[in-house]
Design a protein around this ligand. Structure first.
Ligand code: ZN
Length: 120
């Protein structure tokens, strides 16, 4: 098991566990999202090789080892697919939000017109 520390937004460390054995790599993280089994930014750094959240320089060797282990699997490809899928979802969300905003403004506008025309 490869373990190393990453920095939380408050400066406290979280632990990344990277189990690389038998050609398989499993990554977990002790942050709140990670504990819930969700994808977190700390796990992402292991995949992308982004070392900006390393807790200190003492973590670098284990981080590099975990990153290299990931690179030998389909994780980078799968992560790229995830990123593309999330971009599509974000785009669709913006479209839906715009539609709701138009409906809200239209509904509010009808009420405002009614008020300006006078209500008995
Ligand atoms: Zn995490």
């Amino acid at each position: 098991m490869i373990t190393f520390l990453v920095m939380s937004s408050t400066g406290d460390p979280y632990t990344i566990y990277c189990d690389a054995s038998g050609g398989r790599v499993a990554i977990s993280c002790t942050c709140q999202a990670g504990e819930l089994g969700q994808m977190c930014k700390h796990k992402a750094t292991v995949i992308t090789g982004d070392d900006s959240l390393l807790y200190d320089e003492g973590q670098r060797a284990a981080f590099n080892e975990a990153h290299a282990a990931c690179q030998a699997t389909s994780i980078p490809t799968l992560y790229e697919e995830l990123s593309k899928e999330l971009k599509v979802i974000d785009k669709e969300e913006r479209v839906v939000r715009t539609e709701f905003k138009k409906r809200r403004n239209s509904t509010r506008g009808r009420f405002a017109r009614m008020l300006s025309e006078g209500v008995s």
